[in-house]
Design a protein around this ligand. Structure first.
Ligand SMILES: Cc1cc2nc3c(=O)[nH]c(=O)nc-3n(C[C@H](O)[C@H](O)[C@H](O)COP(=O)(O)O)c2cc1C
Length: 176
């Protein structure tokens, strides 16, 4: 079936090289807004979304991520915008991680739909469970007790992957 949304879902790729130019505020808000329309458990809208374009803060976040990763390359691939997603402690809100993941998914697909590149960047849970991470969450104005779920690198793609893994056999089955 031909459909522009399905095509966008199939052609989105994780982007690992970005142009240095910043995206427009309109583009950023379009992506963030798309995140807010993700379904959430009981419609509770648990996730918290923070976009960051402040270079000093970005360097700090990149460094914190690198320290956990143990590799000395920018985990955000030089993207000019980071988007961090937080949620309630899963012990208190069982849907927390599912909700946050759907928000991230919506934002990645929205970014692709408007010609931006994005990539999910891991290790937020570890980053924001450290003392430094908790202090940073406070600085960001977040309430206490949240956990880091995931982050996005976001920007104009400087290169787009030309190959894609085929989907695994029997990824889905239909039982009638
Ligand atoms: C939960 C999750 C964590 C990921 N973490 C990272 C990461 O830390 N760094 C990275 O470069 N890509 C990360 N990715 C991107 C995946 O590697 C990528 O989605 C996968 O290889 C498929 O490629 P595609 O997104 O281009 O289809 C992550 C994706 C998911 C869903």
């Amino acid at each position: 079936m031909e459909n522009p949304i399905i095509t966008a879902l199939q052609t989105r790729r994780s982007i690992r090289k970005y142009k240095p130019e910043q995206i427009t505020d309109e583009e950023l808000k379009t992506v963030l807004e798309a995140g807010t329309w993700a379904p959430t458990g009981m419609g509770y809208q648990d996730p918290w979304i923070i976009a960051i374009q402040d270079p000093a803060l970005m360097e700090r976040i990149s460094r914190m991520n690198r320290e956990i990763w143990g590799r000395d390359i920018d985990p955000f691939y030089g993207a000019p915008t980071y988007v961090l997603v937080f949620g309630s402690d899963p012990k208190k809100w069982a849907n927390s991680v599912y909700d946050g993941a759907l928000v991230l998914g919506n934002m990645m697909n929205a970014a692709h739909a408007i010609g931006l590149g994005s990539c999910w960047i891991n290790r937020e849970r570890e980053m924001f469970s450290s003392e430094e991470g908790k202090a940073l969450m406070k600085e960001l104005g977040l309430p206490e007790g949240l956990v880091g779920i995931g982050a996005l690198a976001l920007g104009y793609p400087a290169s787009f992957p030309q190959t894609v893994k085929p989907r695994k056999e029997n990824y889905y089955r239909i039982i009638k």
